[in-house]
Design a protein around this ligand. Structure first.
Ligand code: IMP
Ligand code: MG
Length: 336
């Protein structure tokens, strides 16, 4: 579909990076645009036997034909961006909106030392909260003020809307997830901005009437880094026993874990207006499906799990993640 918004269903780290890299390879979008808060998000992509943890460059970089953009609503840390452009060798196809806010060292310092942000909220320490505070004060520097970024500057909204006018596929890459939304999440244990599909559109300058699909990404179990509620939270020991232990891509912190929650899934679908669900890490909960690309392997317990999600949310599960690599996917979009 021409304009697809990809967003997170729970507290982040659902595997958006992996789903996005698959979609970029499969659907050949002319543009993949990063939305969300900023460098507090880490998207993990496994491609060509190499693992990338990206905080600025969109996960769609795996398709060499795809133009990569960062929308005006996203905070840019120039140091992180320039480093990732080198690692991914994508300098020649990256565009940054003139009006992206800039994270400076002072923001990182406040974020990583403040008793409120770091201590109570458990922020990632990446400077995003304090930078958004300065943006609200209208004192934050923008990308257009930074000499090192001049060659990347562009009007992201214009580029995307022109591409959509030509009938191209465009994918908007959300970061964080709905339950971390400043408005709809578990306040105050949330990030510094809204993270819904609507916010993703606003981040990149696309109006709601242009959205064709909203794909919400959910993991087959739930994890959370930082403080705040987590219904059904398991002990560290039980998490380990189930093989659900994960560490944060940005902070390296051990992620707290809980079983899949159908009520939260329903809420995530409602708040995002989801039209599809991508379900990741199904192989961790059901090892029999590991690395499969075959729809015929969806049977028994696996099929029951998917049925229950679809019956609760009234939305189809169209993509299933069966392993860490971009190609470890069962794609059911054709058959739905
Ligand atoms: P901040 O966004 O760094 O201010 O952190 C606020 C809360 O959101 C903390 O609980 C973080 O762990 C969480 N958070 C922010 N970004 C992400 C993300 O991309 N994945 C998972 N948790 C996140
Ligand atoms: Mg992450």
């Amino acid at each position: 579909m021409p304009f697809t918004v990809v967003c997170g269903g729970f507290w982040g780290d659902e595997g958006k990076g992996k789903v996005l890299s698959y979609l970029a390879l499969q659907d050949n979008p002319s543009i993949v645009v990063r939305a969300g808060v900023g460098t507090n998000a880490g998207h993990t992509i496994e491609f060509n036997n190499r693992e990338y943890k990206l905080r600025m460059v969109p996960s769609g970089f795996v398709n060499p034909e795809t133009r990569m953009l960062i929308g005006a609503g996203v905070l840019v840390d120039p140091e992180v961006l320039l480093r990732e452009l080198k690692v991914t060798k994508t300098e020649d196809r990256m565009g940054v909106d003139y009006q992206c806010g800039i994270i400076e060292q002072k923001h990182i310092e406040i974020d990583s030392t403040s008793a409120h942000l770091k201590g109570k909220i458990g922020s990632t320490g990446s400077g995003t909260g304090p930078a958004n505070m300065d943006r609200a004060m209208r004192s934050l520097k923008l990308a257009r003020d930074i000499p090192e970024l001049q060659s990347y500057l562009t009007d992201v909204s214009l580029e995307i809307n022109d591409s959509l006018d030509q009938g191209d596929n465009v994918i908007a890459e959300g970061s964080q997830a709905i339950l971390l939304s400043l408005f709809h999440g578990s306040y105050p244990f949330v990030t510094s901005k809204d993270t819904s599909a609507a916010a993703i559109c606003s981040d990149v300058g696309v109006g709601p009437t242009r959205v064709d699909d909203v794909m919400v990404v959910m993991k087959a179990f739930i994890t959370r880094v930082g403080t705040g509620e987590l219904p059904g939270e398991l002990s560290e020991e039980e998490t380990k026993k189930r093989g659900w232990t994960e560490y944060g891509a940005v902070t390296g912190r051990l992620r707290r874990a809980a079983p899949f929650n159908y009520d939260l899934a329903k809420k995530a679908v409602r708040l995002n207006g989801a039209t599809q669900i991508a379900l990741t890490k199904l192989d961790i909960v059901f090892p029999e499906i590991a690395k499969s690309n075959n729809i015929d392997n969806i049977k028994g317990e696996v099929a029951d799990f998917i049925d229950r999600i679809e019956n609760t949310t009234k939305v189809k599960v169209t993509i299933i993640g069966t392993g860490p690599a971009a190609e470890d996917i069962i794609d059911m979009r054709e058959s739905t």
